[in-house]
Write a protein that binds this ligand. Sequence first.
Ligand code: SF4
Length: 371
Amino acid sequence: QCAVVCPTGAIVVKDNTAEVWKALDDKNTKVTVQIAPAVRVGLGKELGLSDGENAMGKIVAALRRMGFDEIYDTSTGADLTVLEESNELLKRLEEGKQDMPLFTSCCPAWVRYCEKNYPELLPHVSTCRSPMQMFAAIIKEESKNSSRKAVHVAVMPCTAKKFEATRDEFKVNGIPNVDYVITTQELIQMIKESGIVFSELEPESIDMPFGTMTGAGVIFGVTGGVTEAVLRRIASDKSNTGLMSIAYKGVRGMEGVKETTIMYGDREVRIAIVSGLKNASDLIERIKEGEHYDFVEVMACPGGCINGGGQPFVPYEARVMRGKGLYSADKLCNIKRSEENPLMMSLYNGILKGRVHELLHVEYASKNQEG
Ligand code: SF4
């Protein structure tokens, strides 16, 4: 087994593919898997497709041949994150909070950086679990209905997600909701080891009962995507024109720092989008000096998860193609807003009833120790 190093410096991580193969070989184990948005545009080039090509259907086909029992899209978890994080933002706006912005929480390298360097800001970091963790909590609950042992795997563009999966905050009775995280590069290796000719696979669709997602969830994989998805949720104009106008409000593009504003009632909501931890640190210093924002999206990797440490390394132009690939995938989704995902209603009326805080939110232990 080899160890790889997270480029953000957060951790040294372990390759878990041997454990995943073992679980797949065990007929008494039900192995479920979720695939993060950025993975679909990050692995194709290594497997005979072009830069940024959306390979989601082929990934599903490959995972099915490898023996995974149920295959899902983390974009569904991102829809849950959009709903919960929008509620948090709206509550702050309605309470008229002006002190500090709400910081996003879906990037574990950013959360760790904040814990170490800015513990005083932790109360302003969203309590929402990341899409991976929200979705894993749901999938693990559903797996309780199976007589077989449940193992849940997440395919992520990210080495820091391996660390997130092992945090005590995401364990139930000492068992993590995500048993193993494999990176995009490790998935490529597993596909090659299987002897699958990836480029010739016919695309297949993800499974039910959690196989419904939206374009808002898919764009989480690129810098500005979380913000765009949240704006789709809170904007009063729900028309297609409204949707387009959000896209052209400065949320898209690979710049490390972007800013935009929207009106909520008669209040101007100020938003900053940063990728790269140096940019995050510079922005935080500006905020401490008195600059006001209501919402700040932070992604540790420049450009967001499309450029994650678990993805094959590519030059800048190819990263841009990956971002374009996600926006094209969003265009192909017939549902664009998270609140319109019919699965959300059934989750909130079912598994999540009375358990939203328990399954979708987190309080990091460091908040109590250092905050
Ligand atoms: Fe992981 Fe980078 Fe995405 Fe953060 S931005 S979740 S470190 S891939």
